[in-house]
Design a protein around this ligand. Structure first.
Ligand SMILES: Cc1cc2nc3c(=O)[nH]c(=O)nc-3n(C[C@H](O)[C@H](O)[C@H](O)COP(=O)(O)OP(=O)(O)OC[C@H]3O[C@@H](n4cnc5c(N)ncnc54)[C@H](O)[C@@H]3O)c2cc1C
Length: 587
């Protein structure tokens, strides 16, 4: 089984030293969220994740969910752990105190999301979609719906789902067939089939609140005719008590490669009672509130799984002896594999990507809070544009890197990584869904290049590049080489962005074929930008914590010399165009 120690020191470093976004610090709402409070929260979070949730990873993998008499049974230990999880208030960490939540900012809840993803992604998913549904209802529903459903969801007694996918409607939601027929009392009858629904049914909560997209009978075809409905598993009476069973049933559960403890359900809606959320035919807008926040959390899933893969690989490489290293001092026998340059390179590759991503995520969490709660509209808008630009990047870059890191972890373990005992191959299998769900990574990349670089507010990518350039005006001999490398890569990002903006006018295929490379370039540059902020503090504050900062500086050194240069290769590959791709005749 894998082991895990929550990286609290690194998290606290970010919270104490990099919470320097002026607009974030102006938010009245979080004035009482002090480093001491956050440290306490993280220490308690580490305990539940390391001691109670981590063991569920293996049990969920070996005893997948089952469907018995129409009810989904979760793996052994899930019910007991879930009870402790909600009693500890972990589900409500970032929810509004008005509904019983703890009102913590994303700068804190993102750390918890990372720990929980590392401990057990399958277990995490039961609460993750609840928080997503909570956010969507909180933003778009009427007060009466909010008051009826949110307190129980925040308490964790009821959970939530997101029901979009249908057999012939995946990425292209305009193809959906589920119907909604309006009733005299203003409710709707929902009929149709949804597939691949995470936590669609289970035995952890008393009720399940499905958020379902469907087409009202008089709505147009395509994405312009989609509305959003709240469809509870059990009807909720006016006094808040649970009433009769609604017309939702579980047809089957999927057998799958990873996250086997998570119930992925086929749900049949048969004249189920539903309540419209938000305006008619604007269902996708409402659903995107949930999906955008969710996408960042999926990126964090990749980060959490990468961290546990790294920790275990590091431990293993200090225990496993094979061959003599180039600088061996031994006369006979073998060195620990951590002495081999190639293994060290793999470990540093993981570590430098993970710590850079964590710093980037922390930066993005501050921007997200500003975009939601700053009192100045322009400040909110600017932050919102940055969040919108970086959401597909975090979702896709972190999860793709998660594949690289879990694969490298398996490689470090050799045959013991491929076989089951050590739990390493499970990390690879569990992470494999993250580049697929919440919109595939390729579709995220397409969204980035076609819709996120420029929008009605202007040239967002240029604004982002200018923001980085401002941050490059740092003085200091030691940081100079990093700034130089950053400047070279910013130049490539600018050229690549201009190439995309030109090609959009003349050859959309060139842009589509370049999209994944572009996303990687932006991900690498954004991670380097986050590293630069870490470096700035590391050089300034060096004397106060030499060991920690020396580790940071050396890790950044690896990132800037060994990871960031991938930018150029992506740029050259992508700008070779698409003619030879589109003209090729497949047999
Ligand atoms: C374990 C699991 C859990 C899930 N949980 C949920 C859930 O809770 N709720 C829910 O609604 N759904 C859920 N899904 C569904 C998931 O979001 C979809 O599988 C995903 O969005 C992709 O849709 P699809 O599988 O139909 O693939 P398709 O849309 O058929 O895509 C197939 C391939 O074509 C590519 N492609 C598609 N369109 C384009 C395009 N325009 N340009 C270029 N390439 C394109 C895709 O990138 C992909 O590689 C889950 C799926 C799984 C496996």
């Amino acid at each position: 089984m894998t082991t895990y120690t929550a990286p609290i020191e690194d998290m606290m470093f970010l919270f104490q030293k990099l919470r320097n976004n002026k607009s974030y610090n102006e938010l009245e709402k979080y004035k009482e969220v002090t480093p001491d409070l956050v440290k306490n929260i993280l220490e308690e979070a580490a305990k539940i994740n390391q001691n109670i949730i981590l063991p569920l990873a293996k049990s969920g993998d070996e005893n997948p969910t089952i469907l018995e008499n129409g009810v989904v049974i979760t793996p052994p230990g899930y019910k007991e752990a879930y009870k402790k999880f909600i009693e500890g208030g972990w589900i409500s960490l970032s929810c509004d105190p008005k509904y019983g939540g703890q009102g913590m900012p994303k700068t804190v809840s993102a750390f918890f999301d990372e720990m929980l993803s590392a401990a057990s992604l399958s277990f995490k998913l039961y609460s993750e979609l609840s928080i997503g549904a909570y956010n969507c209802i909180n933003h778009h529903a009427t007060d009466s719906i909010k008051n009826k459903f949110l307190p129980k969801m925040v308490e964790g007694k009821w959970s939530g789902t997101m029901c979009l996918t249908e057999p012939v409607c995946g990425t292209d939601l305009g193809l959906l067939k589920t119907k909604a027929i309006e009733q005299k009392d203003g409710t709707f009858k929902i009929s149709g089939q949804k597939i691949f629904i995470t936590s669609g049914d289970h035995d952890l909560t008393e009720n399940i609140v499905h958020l379902v997209i469907a087409r009202a009978s008089d709505s147009p075809l395509g994405t312009k005719g989609i509305s959003l409905f709240l469809v509870p598993k059990f009807i909720v009476n006016d006094d808040g008590s649970i009433g009769s069973r609604n017309g939702v049933s579980t047809g089957s559960i999927e057998r799958k490669m990873g996250i086997k403890g998570s119930a992925t359900c086929v749900l049949n809606f048969d004249n189920a009672t539903g309540y419209m959320i938000g305006p008619k035919n604007k269902g996708l807008n409402s659903m995107f509130t949930m999906m955008n926040l969710e996408r960042i959390v999926v990126g964090i899933q990749g980060l959490g799984i990468s961290e546990i893969a790294y920790q275990n690989s590091l431990n293993y490489s200090k225990e496993r002896k094979q061959g003599k290293s180039n600088n061996s001092k031994l006369d006979s026998g073998a060195d620990f594999i951590i002495e081999h340059a190639d293994i060290r390179k793999s470990l540093l590759n993981m570590k430098s990507i993970i710590e850079g991503e964590r710093a980037l995520c922390f930066w993005l969490s501050q921007q997200t809070e500003v975009s939601l709660y700053h009192k100045d509209e322009n400040t909110r808008k600017e932050a919102s544009d940055l969040v919108s630009l970086m959401t597909p990047v975090v979702k896709s870059f972190f999860t793709d890197m998660g594949m690289e890191i879990t694969s490298d972890a398996m490689q470090i373990y050799g045959g013991y990584g491929y076989t089951k005992d050590q739990g390493i191959e499970q990390l690879y299998r569990d992470n494999r869904i993250t580049p697929i769900y919440e919109g595939t990574n390729s579709v995220q990349a397409i969204d980035l290049v076609f819709r996120k670089l420029l929008n009605n507010n202007g040239d967002i990518i240029n604004q982002y590049i200018n923001l980085i350039k401002e941050d490059l005006k740092i003085s200091g001999e030691k940081i100079k080489p990093f700034v130089k490398k950053m400047n070279e890569n910013i130049k490539l990002l600018s050229e690549f962005s201009n190439w995309i903006k030109e090609k959009i006018k003349t050859s959309k295929d060139d842009v589509s074929a370049a999209s994944n490379d572009y996303l990687k370039v932006l991900g690498l540059v954004a991670t380097a930008h986050a590293w630069l902020k870490v470096l700035e503090v590391s050089f300034k504050d060096y004397e106060n914590n030499k060991k920690f900062y020396e580790d940071k500086i050396q890790t950044a050194n690896f990132f800037f010399n060994r990871v960031l240069p991938r930018v150029e290769s992506h740029y050259l590959t992508a700008t070779s165009g698409s003619k030879y791709i589109m003209d090729f005749k497949f047999n």
